[in-house]
Design a protein around this ligand. Structure first.
Ligand code: PLP
Length: 384
């Protein structure tokens, strides 16, 4: 099957949140993490067939979806997952919130990386639970989690360690030795682990592999909730289907009890899309990864050529975490927006001197945005 990511897909004037934000403005939207690519043809076909049926009553996760997911875990990670461990949710963020609410009491807290995808912080805040920030620091040009720094802040009432692998916004793929350090930390402090692995299929650096936290050992499995989804991988984020893998029955019951009556089941079209994506999307995914790798290389080269901006190698995700601290501007996000490029503000993730750029878009659009960014910086008054 020929796969081509180059045809431009017009998303202006559609229901796209990403594009709607700047409707009527000359601003290129490179913020929220969805891609501008059409989903795999197999997903579109399956949805069309399902829509043609015309009846959209309550659904359930089919044995086929469970089986496709279980086979995927086995083939990719040599991780043996049992069907009864799977809990289906309409999104990842509700999984993060549920983990906080179901697995900690009001007196207990969590530990989360910092900077981090904002709902990690919001989920603790909205549940009125305390949260300790574990800094994500630069080490050999990689953004890595520093749990030693978090250790000094522990009060002894923390119950949950929240992980994000690959890391958003840093793009890090954690190595086995790093994951074992995270597991050791969880064991020493008697923590449950909620591992957000939504970006696990988007490994850009050749030779690296994703390792699910829960696959490290039986102990890791028993103390963890793994959140995975086909949404980023196959660009079906608007059809929310998340899979929480919870091997421990006690944790699973607490999780499912906390969702009852509050978090709805996954909608029938989302089940169809998820099944088709996981079952038939592999060739498309490989094509997408190649396109993303080239986009990443362009972003790396061009951003690092702009005086005042710095970007570390991106191992995974289609997100570039750009250090603008050397730029002589008060608010880098506002500065680039003014210049016609809509990025995610670093302040949302915990560092206002950064911006996050989503490069899962048509290459011409990316080049145009990078040119606008370079021009805007070149036009800044020179200070000494
Ligand atoms: C790390 C991470 N978790 C969760 C999500 C969102 O997942 P959902 O839209 O399914 O709630 C994102 C989206 O950008 C993400 O990057």
């Amino acid at each position: 099957m020929a796969l081509n990511f180059d045809p431009y897909v017009e998303r202006r004037h559609t229901d796209s949140d990403k594009w709607h934000k700047y409707e009527g403005k000359e601003i290129i939207p490179l913020w929220v993490a969805d891609s501008d690519f059409k989903s795999p043809p197999a997903v579109i076909d399956a949805l069309q067939k399902r829509v043609a049926h015309g009846v959209f009553g309550y659904g359930f996760p089919s044995p086929e979806l469970k089986d496709v997911f279980i086979q995927r875990m086995k083939q990719r990670y040599q991780w043996e997952v049992k069907p009864e461990w799977l809990v289906f949710l309409p999104g990842m963020v509700c999984g993060l919130n549920l983990s906080i609410r179901a697995l900690t009491t009001p007196e207990q807290g969590s530990i989360a990386p910092h900077p981090i995808y904002p709902p990690f912080m919001k989920s603790a805040r909205s549940a009125d639970r305390h949260q300790i920030s574990a800094p994500v620091k630069l080490q050999n040009k990689r953004w890595v989690l520093d749990l030693d720094a978090a250790e000094q802040q522990l009060s002894g009432t923390e119950r949950l360690l929240m992980l994000c692998n690959p890391h958003n916004p840093g793009g890090t793929v954690y190595r086995r030795s790093e994951l074992l350090t995270q597991l050791d930390f969880a064991q020493r402090h008697n923590l449950i682990v909620c591992s957000d692995e939504i970006h696990c299929d988007l490994i850009l650096e050749q030779g690296l592999e994703h390792i699910p936290f829960a696959s490290l050992s039986e102990d890791a499995a028993q103390r963890s909730i793994t959140l995975m989804a086909p949404s980023k991988t196959f660009n079906i984020a608007g059809l929310g289907a998340t899979i929480a893998v919870i091997p421990n029955a006690v944790l699973r019951n607490r999780f499912t009890e906390a969702r009852a009556g509050i978090i709805p089941s996954v909608d029938v079209l989302a089940y169809v899309a998820a099944t088709a994506a996981y079952r038939d999307g592999e060739a498309w995914l490989q094509g997408q990864l190649n396109y993303l790798r080239e986009n990443r290389d362009i972003v790396m080269e061009r951003i690092n050529a702009i005086a005042g901006l710095k970007l570390m190698p991106i191992e995974a995700t289609y997100l570039a975490w750009i250090d603008a601290s050397a730029l002589q501007v008060a608010n880098p996000h506002a500065f680039f927006e003014q210049a016609g490029v809509g990025l995610s503000p670093g302040s949302d993730f915990g560092n206002a001197q950064f911006v996050r750029l989503n490069f899962a878009c048509h290459r011409d659009l990316l080049e145009k945005a990078l040119t606008l960014m370079a021009k805007a910086v070149a036009n800044l008054p020179v200070t000494d």
